[in-house]
Design a protein around this ligand. Structure first.
Ligand code: ADP
Ligand code: ZN
Length: 729
């Protein structure tokens, strides 16, 4: 009897054996990596076969049977299956859930996988052609399409683009044509290369390009190039060399960085062989890209985090653009970092990997310093553009209007009068970060999270930014009943309102997650900025994400101190990246730009270093601080977080874990300490940080601890999770 091992997407760290009944159709084609339908505790679940030849000590006749084989070919290639097993080990996540996280949503469900189909149009059966021609004589376009279908069928997309959707519809309604599904022909793209001419590379670009081109086996290149230094041009030129070998390229970009402008640049250079993968696509569209990559129909896929799981026919290079970006780390479920996976895939496939950024993560810099990565630098802006200058403005004791110093308002007036744009970074969306009673000082707070409500004027409510909880704006204090309530601090809405009134001859635009709910809306705003419809840009982090604003000549960071002080040891690194990336938006064209940072701490040594010496110097100082404190990347961390409404349970569980982990002498266990968000949706959140100098050691003690923790009596009564190499605390 044949017994196979199946991974099922459930939170258990084990796989299950099933019989393969002989009468099952297509049993001979069953392969590892295919999905099967299996009975599992009164339900039917989709699982993935991970071993074709499972030995078992239980009586095999007692095993349940597979009910159906869902696929014609494996949804996970052997390479991806190896990746999945490594992932599950490395992030201590159940294998079944891990493998399913790697699939497009459509394949996680009970849906049959067949070859990529395309819809074709053909003349309907039983149509009398002569009569039809006669009936169409007054409809020229319909007649033409109908005639075209005489000799051969046409793909629906071809027909629509040549004859218009209405024409197709009209013939369909007259029942003259019908649709047929066929396997899409393979797209051969050898000839689609280099449509637009490349720039002549400057000296630093040329060194980077030739170094990368020389490499055809595994190597990781850290391409550290200041904003606007022509990193993308380097990508384009090395990609061309890979495509010429008829290999594919995967480009990972941050969540918000994948704009039509980015896509355009690659499409202008390489034509139709570029596919996009992002959250704006429907599940069917995502599945289509999955097929295209797997079949080799496309040469380049540009996509966000989860694209790192795409199958490829012949992958020849991976690029991670803006490699420092937080959005590469998944923050729930399988908490993977797409950059780490990119490294793993490149090693396994023996292909080059490029990590590009103006503000590399300290992890990558450390790897470059220790020669694990090759370090390539672009130290100047390409073309004629120069980097903006950065300045600190001490606002201690200054009269501010809506948080802005008069000197800045005057500078804004000058730039606006000259036809330039200005950009203001505010670290909070909404109108104000808190609503306070003038009488008793009570702050309106979300009960579930014990965190102040942010006031939103446009939505007309109070919102908790932790849990999304909303409330009407109260007319009187919920504590003392006084009606004199006032806001404290500034959010983007307030700054927008103030600046629209102050500079009433100019147009303001707000760019935060409230104003850009959809991807299409964000793209619209970006376009209208580049068309100069707005002169004053007010926004949150989104502003720092790789967009080009060539007409911005003045940037303002409203409240630098809010970025500087935080319990997270990565706060300074993130601050430096944010400020540098924001500054990078300004003065892109031939105009010189300047950026002002308002602070109460102008003498802060890190800030001084950043402003006077730039990110390269600043990040080296940070790295030295991390070395001295033995923090990552000089050590490795795991986080064990527990949450419950009952504090005693959380503490009992964590203390148990601590006592167990304390036996291992080469690791340090810190905590239990409250998380940065100590309370969320009524649950109290505490954590242990486990730290060791050796990644492998940390992994193995966490594996051992997990076995015990899974069996602990509180394990199923509280929420808990493990985050390996956590980015947020
Ligand atoms: P980055 O990706 O580092 O931010 P880009 O590749 O977007 O930089 O380049 C910034 C600008 O410089 C772009 O407008 C690009 O077209 C231009 N550019 C890049 N390389 C060159 C070059 N070698 N000569 C002239 N202009 C260049
Ligand atoms: Zn809340």
């Amino acid at each position: 009897m044949k017994v196979v091992q199946v991974a099922i997407p459930i939170p258990l760290r084990k796989q299950f054996n099933y019989q393969v009944p002989e009468e099952l159709p297509n049993i001979l084609s069953l392969k590892v990596g295919m999905r099967v339908l299996v009975p599992f505790s009164n339900k039917k679940l989709v699982g993935i076969v991970c071993d074709l030849d499972a030995s078992t000590d239980v009586d095999e006749t007692k095993l349940k049977s597979i009910e159906a084989i869902l696929d014609e070919f494996p949804v996970l290639s052997s390479h991806l299956l190896v990746l999945g097993v490594w992932l599950a080990d490395y992030y201590l996540h159940p294998l079944g859930e891990t493998l399913f996280s790697m699939l497009p949503a459509k394949l996680r469900k009970h849906e049959k996988l067949t070859e990529l189909n395309q819809t074709y149009l053909k003349i309907a059966e039983n149509v009398e052609r002569k009569d039809a021609l006669l009936s169409l004589r007054r409809a020229k376009k319909q007649l033409a399409l109908f005639r075209a279908l005489f000799d051969h069928s046409l793909s629906l997309s071809e027909a629509k683009s040549e004859y218009s959707t209405q024409t197709v519809k009209a013939l369909e309604e007259k029942k003259l044509i019908e649709y047929e599904e066929r396997i899409a022909p393979k797209n051969e793209w050898q000839h689609a290369l280099s449509i637009e001419r490349a720039f002549d590379a400057n000296v630093e670009q040329a060194i980077a390009i030739s170094t990368i081109n020389k490499c055809s086996t595994y190597a990781t290149f850290l391409l550290e190039g200041v904003t606007g230094s022509g990193k993308t041009e380097v990508y384009l030129q090395v990609i061309e060399a890979v495509l010429k070998k008829r290999q594919q390229v995967l480009i990972l970009v941050p969540e918000i960085g994948l704009t039509p402008q980015t896509a355009d640049r690659f499409q202008r250079r390489f034509g139709e062989i570029v596919a996009m993968m992002h959250s704006g696509l429907s599940d069917s569209q995502r599945l289509c890209v999955w097929h295209q990559a797997r079949r080799g129909d496309v040469g380049i896929v540009i996509g966000t985090r989860s694209s790192v799981f795409l199958p490829f026919e012949n992958l020849g290079m991976i690029i991670v653009d803006e490699e420092h970006d937080d959005s590469f780390k998944q923050q729930d479920g399988l908490r993977y970092h797409a950059r780490d996976l990119a490294v793993f895939r490149a090693v396994k496939l023996n292909i080059p990997l490029i990590l590009g950024s103006a503000t590399p993560s300290l992890e990558s810099l450390h790897n470059a310093n220790t020669q694990k990565y090759h370090h390539l630098t672009l130290s100047n802006r390409a073309g004629n553009a120069s980097l903006p200058s950065q300045h600190l403005l001490n606002i201690t004791g200054q009269q501010l209007q809506c948080g802005i110093a008069q000197g800045i308002l005057d500078k804004m007036a000058i730039q606006l009068a000259e036809g330039n744009q200005v950009l203001i970074f505010v670290n909070r969306r909404g109108f104000a970060p808190s609503l306070i009673c003038h009488q008793c000082g009570h702050v309106e707070t979300c009960v579930g999270c014990e965190s102040p409500f942010t006031m939103h004027k446009i939505a007309g409510n109070l919102q908790c930014h932790r849990c999304g909880n909303q409330r009407y704006i109260p007319h009187k204090c919920s504590q003392c009943g006084n009606t004199d309530l006032s806001t404290e601090g500034q959010g983007t809405e307030q700054v927008e309102g103030f600046l629209s009134a102050y500079f009433s001859n100019y147009s303001c635009v707000r760019i935060d997650s409230d104003s850009t709910r959809s991807k299409a809306r964000l793209n619209e705003i970006l376009e209208s900025i580049n068309n100069n419809k707005h002169q004053i840009l007010i926004g949150t982090q989104i502003l720092s994400k790789g967009h080009h604003f060539p007409n911005v000549t003045l940037g303002l960071v409203l409240n630098l101190d809010a970025l500087l002080f935080s319990e997270d040891f990565r706060a300074a690194e993130k601050m430096g990246q944010l400020i540098t990336q924001l500054s990078g938006r300004a003065g892109r064209a031939n105009k010189q730009g300047e950026v002002w940072l308002q602070t109460h701490q102008p003498q802060h040594p890190l800030v001084q270093d950043l402003v006077n010496n730039g990110f390269m110097s600043f990040s080296r100082s940070l790295l030295e601080e991390r070395r001295a404190a033995n923090l990552p990347p000089f050590s490795f961390q795991a986080l064990l977080r527990a949450e419950s409404q009952h504090l005693d349970r959380v503490l009992e569980f964590l203390n148990y874990a601590k006592s167990m982990l304390a036996q291992f002498i080469n690791a340090k266990v810190i905590g239990p300490l409250p998380c940065v968000m100590e309370k969320k949706q009524g649950r109290l959140r505490y954590q242990l940080v486990i730290q060791s100098d050796h990644r492998g050691y940390l992994l193995s003690i966490m594996q051992q601890a997990l076995i015990e923790l899974d069996n602990h009596k509180l394990s199923s009564r509280i929420r808990w999770l493990v985050d390996m190499q956590p980015q947020d605390f």
